[in-house]
Ligand binder design. Structure first.
Ligand SMILES: NC(=O)c1ccc[n+]([C@@H]2O[C@H](COP(=O)([O-])OP(=O)(O)OC[C@H]3O[C@@H](n4cnc5c(N)ncnc54)[C@H](OP(=O)(O)O)[C@@H]3O)[C@@H](O)[C@H]2O)c1
Length: 245
């Protein structure tokens, strides 16, 4: 997607914060047309205002969408018009914790948001997705990390990786990929409050790169898979080496 190419419309679902927002900023600096979503009008307005402030020329708009509200999401996405590239980056409900206490409700919520929510959204956009276009799912290292307490979130992210491999064949020549972040410093972790810095430090100490990731680092990988016309069916790990075990 260099500036010499035709402007591309990129739809970012769940991009008012975190990795999706970093991607909106990254792609908005080119000639792309960006449409982002969040769960409330205020979060969408705030994100758009930050993007316009940092880049007054950016072609960005947005609307409200809850990926968990499957029926409404399908309807809204069916009305967005032509899309070149779709990125699914909405935050998942956390399904972390010891397996023996993982309730069916927690597991269902996580699957409903990220696995069913992402796949349902793809179906909504598909009739309007360019055949030369791409779909990028944001997965997560938990899919393959073999970490105690991660069975729920592993099921969600591994499910996405499996679906991606099937879709890369079924929807070709559209390209379908997963970008898989490791522990990344986004707003998702703000709920930890004062414990966040200590948690990040202890986690980072176990990683080959000895630090947690920044959302811009995942955004750069997503920009790469969108732009590279020969990458499909791939998982790109952006996790400081966490996947090595
Ligand atoms: N951060 C990490 O350490 C990490 C690690 C591995 C994988 N990941 C994956 O990376 C992706 C992005 O995570 P993040 O850390 O960037 O999240 P984040 O900072 O919490 O941002 C989440 C974004 O998703 C939107 N969102 C949340 N629930 C939604 C819903 N039900 N429907 C639609 N949009 C929704 C939020 O919009 P509003 O706030 O406007 O509602 C916000 O724009 C997720 O798939 C996550 O599982 C993250």
């Amino acid at each position: 997607m260099s500036s010499a190419q035709q402007p591309q419309r990129v739809l970012l679902l769940g991009a008012t914060k975190g990795i999706g927002f970093a991607l909106a900023r990254r792609l908005g600096s080119g000639s792309n047309r960006i449409t982002l979503t969040g769960r409330s009008q205020s979060s969408v307005d705030e994100a758009l205002s930050h993007l316009h402030a940092s880049n007054p020329g950016a072609d960005v708009d947005g609307f409200v969408l809850d990926l968990k509200d499957h029926e409404a999401a399908r309807q809204a996405l069916g009305a967005v018009g032509p899309v070149d590239h779709l990125v699914l980056c909405g935050s998942s409900d956390a399904a972390w914790g010891p397996f023996e206490t993982l309730t069916a409700k927690v597991l269902e919520d996580a699957l409903s948001m990220k696995l069913v929510g992402y796949l349902n959204a793809v179906q909504g956009v598909l009739p309007n997705l360019a055949v030369s276009g791409s779909i990028t799912f944001i997965g997560g290292t938990a899919a393959r990390a073999s970490l105690s307490g991660s069975a729920g979130i592993a099921a969600v992210n591994a499910g996405l990786e499996g679906a991606m491999r099937s879709l890369a064949r079924e929807l070709a020549p559209r390209r379908v990929n997963v970008v898989s972040p490791g522990m990344t410093s986004t707003e998702f972790w703000d709920k930890m409050g004062d414990r966040k810095a200590e948690y990040f430090a202890s986690f980072a100490a176990q990683l080959p790169l000895r630090r947690v990731g920044q959302p811009e680092e995942s955004a750069e990988a997503i920009a790469f898979v969108i732009a590279n016309s020969y990458v499909t069916g791939s998982v790109i790990d952006v996790d400081g080496g966490w996947h090595l075990g």
